[in-house]
Design a protein. Structure first.
Length: 180
């Protein structure tokens, strides 16, 4: 599942590999300030190769169990984004959650939108999922646009949903039904 896909002439989407630990660490270090308002407060060890390697190994175990897919956007020899299709639930639910970020140096290129579109197609056509959910901070207009342009619909607002940037923050909730 999740064969390599060309997202833009110089950008490819693929499964995250253990060998990516150094490049992923560099991407997180490069984007540390950029991502801080949108993510949980990260301990210093998060920004180390060892932490990233161990996290990748855990995520790949989930991939082998069909519980999630850790994906990266790659441009040349650089990781420029992370996309996670996680928490896959089978049975009558056939659902997963989607989270993502794009490198600060590659914003405004339409990469998030094109990548979400590719993930939606893969989730529907190859994984057989019925639904994908995503959430955004209520003030994250850019991510909301990406989701809405890709057929997601807001289904609610969850007060104090996640602890982001050290505070419990409200999130808008979105879903995309894949077999309409």
């Amino acid at each position: 599942m999740f064969e390599r896909q060309v997202i833009a002439p110089d950008v490819e989407l693929r499964i995250l590999l253990v060998e990516d630990a150094i490049k992923l660490t560099e991407a997180y270090q490069r984007n540390r300030e950029h991502l801080a308002p949108w993510e949980p407060t990260r301990p210093a060890e998060f920004f180390t190769e060892r932490f990233q390697r161990e996290d990748i190994e855990r995520r790949l175990i989930a991939t082998r169990s069909d519980e999630g897919f850790p994906l990266v956007l790659v441009s040349g020899n650089e990781i420029i984004g992370r996309f996670n299709l996680a928490g896959i639930t089978r049975g009558p639910f056939q659902s997963a959650g989607l989270g993502y970020w794009v490198d600060r140096n590659h914003l405004g290129r339409g990469l998030a939108g094109a990548t979400v579109r590719a993930i939606v197609e893969e989730a529907r056509d190859k994984l057989g999922l019925h639904r994908i959910e995503a959430s955004t901070l209520v003030h994250n207009a850019a991510s909301q646009r990406v989701l809405l342009k890709n057929g997601f619909h807001q289904i609610g607002m969850a007060p104090q949903y996640l602890q982001i940037a050290g505070e419990w923050q409200d999130h808008n909730l979105y879903q995309r039904i894949l077999h309409e």
